[in-house]
Design a protein around this ligand. Structure first.
Ligand SMILES: Nc1nc2c(ncn2[C@@H]2O[C@H](COP(=O)(O)OP(=O)(O)OP(=O)(O)O)[C@@H](O)[C@H]2O)c(=O)[nH]1
Ligand SMILES: [Mg+2]
Length: 698
């Protein structure tokens, strides 16, 4: 049976690493009757941390789907990893879910990932609820954590539940909305039980109820009038007011609890089922029309079917799993749809929902639901499937560009192809992990969000496919150019029995403006060299430009003119002119004060105020030029700079340690700039050493 759209709730569970997301979900599933026994993260048996990598490291790495059915309501949860290396998984979860449940640790309060998440929720206008977690631990305090939220985000969270006691004395929570208490069970694998509100909390609860009424009435004149007149609202009015204010993002409901102790899950489930927005109340999806314009498509079961692939998982046993968010219509087995990317028709196979790795067959999935299409070989993340007459693709996941790069090769040369195959597979599953062959440096380069993510991918390949890989800092793609005008002549002459070889050319070279690349001019007078040899001459120049005279890097931005030459009626050939041109070009550039060029990157760093000084002085140590700094709220400053690529090869690691994990950055190539002195000498030495090494290998 498909759940109807108005009975679906989609909740992305997000928060700083270790705030208890996976533990909370486990106990929500248990409390909601989806699983018989909740496990601990430590046991490696939780529903959502099922990957081998997650079990080994006791952290979440992948977005995991699970659900609870309460009467006719289905709540889909997506548990996300807290480490910023896996931000891609958080982005796909937020894309799929109408509500975000943000966990804030009861001891630490707002942490860096909380700040980043809050910003991205703002950008998406996403309704969010807070769960102040791990309140059973020493020094944990509900209101202190909320104060931190108030101060850092200028937000006004409204408590729906409040703790009964705190720290080791945590005895349960009071559901302020429904006016009842839930007592902490004797053990985490027992259900929370309802109880009356403890008598000594009556006045506290009354204060919180007043704030609840205010929040429910805000933005609704009629309700506000009633509340101001009568001093309270009916339960029905409160629920209605809260639902609207929550969906519109005016109210941030806050919950208290300790997921791993099964404290706070019952009231949270009840709230999500009754008050969190259904996909019908959500912001529309954005499709892109033929002119590239954005078109809003509301989630609507009444239209032909369309769905968006948010995640691809290549499972050892189940094969290829495509996670989809259904946008319109109802997805069903055997349905024929178009893959909008290439117009190909596709007949849908079996559909599933999931409790972590456990797949449950689903006959159909209605608009708004999240589920899995199995064994659709041609489906990729970001694809739209559609049965509309004029299908439009939904906009792609807005993922950050990977910033941490490493060159990689198989330890055993024979396994190179198999390694590449596995790397490309990993890149399909996680779009923030990329693989490219760099033609210029002749290296396979992998790129990710950080060391942790890359290590996880390589561990998986090592343990699964049994291929050992070695990584190193990637080589920088230096270039060479000239700095003044010069000329040279070169004669290629060979006399070996029969036909000889003869060609003579005189070249003038001069620097071109940066980025102009290559220019050639024929300045020959008369017929000293036949026109027919000109293509050979240009080929010779191209060949010579592939490897310059300074350190063997490609030459750019040089104009070459042929000013004189000589041919032999019998011994001249295209080949002879090619060889002569190569020689003349090399000689001419040697005379033209050649220099090395290095790639300069545009860098944008996001840091907390307190780290700004350190990051700026570090950047000048990296030969960086700072071009701007700009506070962007939440105590975060954006710094723009131009920095040589050679100085940024370990920046992902260094920035993290400089800012205790709070800094992040974006980087892109801007231009090439000359290097001289000691820096150039080192590059030349390294290039020579590399060439010797390569020759030995051959
Ligand atoms: N005392 C206590 N410990 C908790 C609670 N919730 C989680 N923990 C512990 O905190 C650690 C992290 O819990 P997880 O549930 O894995 O946290 P997470 O937010 O999913 O972590 P990542 O997915 O890696 O970001 C584990 O050792 C849990 O046992 C809680 O409510 N009380
Ligand atoms: Mg987790």
């Amino acid at each position: 049976m498909a759940y109807s759209t108005d009975c679906i709730r989609n909740v992305a569970i997000a928060g700083h690493g270790g705030t208890g997301k996976t533990s909370l979900l486990e106990h929500l599933l248990f409390q909601g009757g989806a699983i018989g026994k909740p496990e601990t993260v430590e046991s490696g048996k939780t529903v959502s941390d099922y990957g081998e990598d997650e079990i080994a490291r006791k952290i979440s790495v992948h977005a995991a789907l699970a659900h609870v059915s309460l009467k006719d309501v289905k709540i889909n949860f997506i548990d996300t990893p807290g480490s910023s290396d896996f931000v891609g998984e958080v982005i796909l979860a937020l894309r799929s879910c109408e509500t975000a449940l943000l966990l804030v640790d009861g001891k630490s309060g707002v942490q860096i990932e909380t700040i980043k998440l809050w910003r991205s929720l703002n950008q998406r206008n996403k309704p969010r609820a807070l769960f102040v977690s791990r309140l059973d631990e020493e020094r944990a305090a509900f209101e202190k954590a909320l104060d931190d939220v108030r101060e850092k985000f200028k937000a006004t969270p409204v408590a729906i539940t409040i703790p009964i006691g705190e720290g080791p004395a945590l005895k349960g929570v009071v559901d302020v909305l429904n006016q009842k208490a839930y007592l902490r069970p004797a053990a985490h694998d027992q259900k929370e039980v309802e109880a009356p509100i403890p008598a000594d909390m009556a006045s506290t609860v009354a204060e919180y109820r007043a704030k609840l009424f205010e929040a429910a009435a805000e933005g609704d004149d009629e309700l506000m009038e009633k509340y101001l007149g009568e001093g309270e609202l009916s339960q029905e009015e409160t629920v209605k007011g809260l639902s609207e204010a929550f969906a519109a993002g005016r109210v941030v409901p806050a919950f208290a609890g300790a997921g791993a102790k099964n404290v706070g899950s019952a009231a949270l489930l009840d709230f999500i089922a009754r008050i969190a927005p259904s996909p019908l109340a959500a912001a529309p999806e954005i499709a892109i029309d033929a002119e590239g314009k954005e078109v809003e498509v509301a989630i609507d079961p009444g239209k032909p079917v369309s769905a968006f692939v948010v995640k691809t998982q290549i499972d050892q046993f189940s094969g290829r799993l495509s996670y989809v968010k259904v946008v319109t219509g109802t997805l069903a087995m055997d349905l024929e749809v178009t893959n909008v990317r290439d117009g190909r028709k596709e007949k849908l196979g079996k559909l599933y929902t999931a409790q972590g790795k456990k797949l449950e067959e689903a006959g159909s999935l209605a608009a708004g639901d999240i589920g899995i299409i199995a064994k659709a070989a041609d489906l990729k993340t970001n694809d739209t499937i559609s049965a509309w007459e004029k299908p439009l693709p939904y906009h792609k996941l807005r993922l950050p560009t990977p910033v941490h790069m490493l060159a990689i090769s198989a330890v055993n040369k024979k396994e190179e192809d198999k390694l590449n195959e596995n790397l490309y597979k990993a890149a399909e599953e996680d779009l923030t992990f990329q693989v490219k062959f760099n033609q210029e440096t002749k290296e396979t380069v992998i790129a990710g969000m950080g060391e942790l993510q890359i290590n996880m991918v390589l561990d998986k390949i090592k343990n699964g496919a049994k291929i050992a890989a070695e990584t190193r800092v990637p080589r920088v793609a230096y270039r060479e150019t000239i700095t003044k005008k010069a000329s040279a002549e070169y004669t290629h002459k060979k006399q070996t029995g029969g036909h000889g070889q003869y060609a003579r050319v005189v070249f003038e070279v001069e620097p071109l403006e940066r980025g102009k690349g290559y220019e050639f001019e024929n300045k020959l007078f008369g017929q000293s060299v036949s026109k027919g040899f000109i293509p050979g001459i240009e080929k010779g120049i191209h060949q010579a430009m592939e490897s310059g005279v300074v350190a063997g890097y490609p030459v750019m931005d040089v104009k070459t003119a042929i000013v004189d030459g000589k041919e032999h009626p019998v011994d001249s050939s295209e080949m002879a002119f090619k060889i002569a041109s190569r020689g003349a070009f090399r000689e001419a550039t040697k005379n033209a004060s050649p220099v090395l060029l290095e790639p300069i990157m545009n860098l944008r760093v996001y840091v907390e105020d307190k780290d700004l000084g350190g990051v700026m002085s570090d950047l000048s140590g990296r030969r960086g030029r700072i071009s701007g700094q700009n506070p962007i709220g939440g105590g975060i400053v954006e710094v723009d700079a131009q920095v040589p690529q050679a100085e940024l090869l370990r920046y992902a690691i260094d920035l993290r340690s400089m800012t205790s994990g709070t800094g992040s950055f974006e980087v892109e190539f801007d231009h090439y700039s000359p290097i001289t002195g000691k820096i150039a000498e080192d590059v030349i030495k390294a290039a020579a050493a590399f060439r010797t090494h390569e020759e030995e290998e051959e």
